[in-house]
Each structure stands twice: as C-alpha cells, then as structure tokens.
Design a protein around this ligand. Structure first.
Ligand SMILES: Cc1cc2nc3c(=O)[nH]c(=O)nc-3n(C[C@H](O)[C@H](O)[C@H](O)COP(=O)(O)OP(=O)(O)OC[C@H]3O[C@@H](n4cnc5c(N)ncnc54)[C@H](O)[C@@H]3O)c2cc1C
Length: 417
C-alpha cells in the first residue's frame, strides 16, 4: 500500500475503508536465516535494511509484546548529531543523514522535524565545552553555531533571563537537530520490513537461546522453538536478561527514565531546548503538548514507570528555566527501561558464540540512533564486517579498557551517563 496525497483524498471522500493493516500477522516458521530478538526501533530498522540493502528476507523479528510498545514508543523523540568523540561522531552523523532521507526511503510520514536544538550553557567553563563540541561537530561535517545570550534571547524570549543563580550565557545551536514521531518510526520500519517478506511476530517472547558446540542454532519462544543460522539480540532495556539466556553477562545496567507531557497548547516552543544547569529538555509535539524529561531515576529497575522524587526534580528544573510552564497542566508521565553501558556508548558486535550478535547500550539516546543502529547491524549480520561508521562499538572494550568512548566523561558509573 503506497501513500500519496491522492490516496488520502480518495479515502477521505470514500469513508476511509481502503486502508489495510501495515504489516501481516504471520505464524512463525520453523527456521529462518536470521532471527532478531526485539521488535523495537533497532530490531525493526535492522530487519528493514537487511531486506532492502542486502536482499536477506528470510528473517523474523520476535517481539514479546507489540510493535512500538518498548522504548521506541516511549521516548522524547529528540534526533541530533552533536557528539564529539571519534566512534560516536561519525555514527550519529551517519544516522542523521539516514533520518534526512527516511520518509522517502520508507514512503511513510515519520514527522521528522528539523526544528533545531539549543543546548544552553550557564558558565564560562560550559561555554568552552560547547565551543569545543561545536567545532568537533563542524569537523565531522555537521552543523553547529555558538549563540551568545542575545542570540538565545532572540530565539527563546520566554526563558528566564533575569535569574541570577543560573544566568544564560548562550547556547549551542544545532539547526539540523529536531524531533520525529516515535511510534511512526517503528511503524514505518515495520511496514518496510514486512513488505519485503520479513516476518514480524508479536506476542512471541524469547525464553532461551539454543547453542551447540559454541554455535547458535536457534531460540526457544513462548510460541515454540525456532531454528536460525544467526541470532541478533536487540532487546534494549532487557538486553542483559536476553544475553543471560546464552550464558553471557553484559556490562549493562537497566535503569528507568521518565518522560512527561502537558495538555495541548497553542504553538509556543519552536525548538528542542536543553538546560545546562539541571537535567531538563523540552520540545512541543505537533499535537501541542509540551514533551519533557530529565534524569534517570537513579536505581536499576525493570519497571517501565517512574517515581515521584524524580517528577519533582524534573519539574523544578523546568520551572527554573521557563517559569511559564507552571501554568500548563501535566497530563501524563511514563517510564522506559534504559540499557545503560559503562561509557554511555552503544555495543554493536559479534559475541564469542558463533552466529550470535548483540546491539545494546543505547542508554537514553538510542532513538536518534535507530536508522544507523539498524543499518550498521544489518551490515554486520549480512557481511560479517563492521560498518565503517561503527567500528568502535566493540564489546571487548569493557574487558580490555581499550577504546572506551566516554562521551560525557563521567566514568564507569552507568547511571551518570
Ligand atoms: C522516557 C524516555 C525518553 C527518551 N528520550 C530519547 C530521546 O529524546 N532521544 C533519543 O535518541 N533517545 C531517547 N530515549 C532512548 C531510546 O528510546 C532508546 O534508547 C531506544 O528506543 C532503544 O532501542 P529500541 O527502540 O530498539 O528499544 P525498544 O523499543 O525497547 O525495543 C526492544 C524490544 O525488545 C523486546 N524484548 C525484550 N525482551 C524480549 C524477549 N525476551 N523476547 C522478545 N522480545 C523482547 C521489548 O518488548 C521491546 O519491544 C528515551 C527513552 C525513554 C524511556
């Protein structure tokens, strides 16, 4: 089913009876070339690129819940390429380029909006840090512009510029950054993969990984055993539990991250804004809700819901930055399970078990990575070679200490990244 303005017009005039489900609901086959565990953004993107770039379609994506029910449908939708360290820089740059052609590639409106991101800074030291980051973004071929206080005031006049505790010194403006509609991204990739023959199997929990003589042979699931030549573990927040089925202990801790949305308001915030003196970021959805978030809940958990102290913490930061949001009513909050790696950067690699691969460690920044994460993982699965833009995400860096990509310089404490 292709989408076009003409089709929308026709359906609008004929009662919207011609739309069909965007993907099939197939029974699992007894064997696939590749099984992907996890129907989140990364698993679906990987399936799409396996089929579209490598012609590998005998693939199943096994999802314990429903497509879009994990973090891919729970995040605050920020898309950016403003990393500074080699390893991350080229990968996120690659991802942003894929985002820029994604709607055409998928023939699906993922509402990608390059409305610009402004990272505020509040001291000379922070300005130096952002200036350095901006230069690294420019040398990667991405965009960055350093704004002073007046430059920020022109774009964001509603911020509290009068407060003396955390005065706004300026901001790093990344014009190509922005947002996308999270669940549309999942649906678009699902549809792309399904239309090329990939089986998307929902309500199918993987409960075991079969290994014989050091070689993966398939998986056990809530819908029976399925054989496979290759298995990709792409379960995000549950990556450690999945790897445990193969007897592996990943360097991942799972933490809760909350997000919040207010009632719908008339357009008032044009950009994505991050606060440099409190962990707080905000944008306005196309429905009008102010979407915002902050820190992790600071303890390891598999509960996809958060706790009140963090709600207070995030709202306090928001009120300090832009007191006007105190007038908006908060409608909902929710949580997602983040797969936190010790250096805050992802893992995309083979494992010591032949045919078993892993993609995880997406922390709270894996949504913007969905296109590239899927793309480079498909490359690794199809060719057995690292994609040139993802050579640094090796699992063994945590054992050897060589090649750690500690973007935030916070050390190895998972919940600080
Ligand atoms: C509140 C919040 C805000 C965020 N904000 C941003 C942001 O602004 N920008 C950004 O870039 N990132 C953001 N993130 C992070 C981003 O959402 C995640 O890093 C990313 O979505 C993780 O990859 P995924 O989409 O593949 O994960 P998921 O959608 O969680 O996919 C993993 C899937 O695996 C399935 N699964 C697990 N175990 C099994 C099993 N045993 N068998 C079968 N299936 C299984 C799960 O059900 C799930 O659907 C945010 C996350 C949260 C929670």
């Amino acid at each position: 089913m292709r989408f076009s303005g003409l089709k929308i017009l026709k359906e609008g005039l004929t009662g919207n009876k011609g739309w069909r489900p965007h993907w099939r609901d197939p029974q699992p086959k007894s064997e696939y070339d590749i099984i992907i565990i996890g129907g989140g953004g990364h698993g679906l993107a990987c399936a799409h690129y396996l089929a579209s770039q490598h012609g590998i379609t005998n693939v199943a994506v096994l999802e314990r819940g429903y497509i879009g029910g994990g973090n891919v449908g729970r995040n605050t939708t920020i898309v950016r390429a403003n990393y500074s360290l080699p390893g991350n820089s080229e990968f996120y740059s690659h991802s942003l380029k894929l985002w820029e052609g994604l709607e055409q590639d998928l023939n699906y409106n993922v509402m990608h909006s390059q409305r610009g991101i402004i990272n505020l800074f509040h001291s000379d030291g922070q300005r130096d840090d952002f200036a350095r980051r901006g230069n690294m973004m420019l040398s990667q071929g991405d965009d960055a512009e350093l704004l002073d206080t007046e430059g920020v005031r022109k774009k964001l006049p509603y911020l509290d510029f009068e407060q003396t505790r955390f005065p706004i010194f300026g901001g790093l403006f990344h014009a190509r950054g922005g947002t996308a509609r999270h669940d549309a991204v999942a649906w678009g990739f699902a549809r792309g993969a399904d239309s090329r023959g990939v089986d998307l199997i929902q309500k199918c929990e993987v409960t075991g990984i079969d290994i014989q003589n050091g070689v993966v042979t398939g998986v056990q699931t809530s819908r029976g055993p399925i054989r496979a030549k290759k298995v990709a573990m792409m379960g995000a927040g549950r990556s450690s539990q999945i790897a445990d089925m193969a007897g592996m202990r990943l360097p991942i801790e799972s933490h809760v991250l909350q997000a919040f949305v207010t009632e719908g308001l008339k357009p008032c915030i044009d950009h994505v804004i991050t606060y440099g003196m409190g962990h707080f970021y905000i944008s306005q959805s196309d429905k009008g809700g102010l979407v915002f978030g902050g820190d992790l809940d600071m303890y390891a958990s598999y509960a996809a819901r958060g706790n009140l102290p963090l709600v207070e913490h995030v709202v306090e930061a928001g009120m300090t930055l832009m007191p006007m949001i105190g007038k908006a009513k908060m409608l909902r909050s929710w949580g997602g399970i983040m797969d936190m790696s010790p250096d805050g950067s992802p893992i995309i690699d083979r494992t010591h078990i032949d045919g078993l691969f892993v993609s995880c460690g997406w922390c709270y920044g894996g949504f913007k990575a969905v296109p590239a994460g899927g793309h480079v993982m498909a490359h690794l699965l199809a060719t057995d070679q690292y994609h040139p833009n993802a050579t640094g995400f090796r699992l063994d860096r945590f054992r050897s200490g060589v090649g750690i990509i500690d973007e935030e310089a916070t050390g190895s404490q998972h919940n600080l990244h």
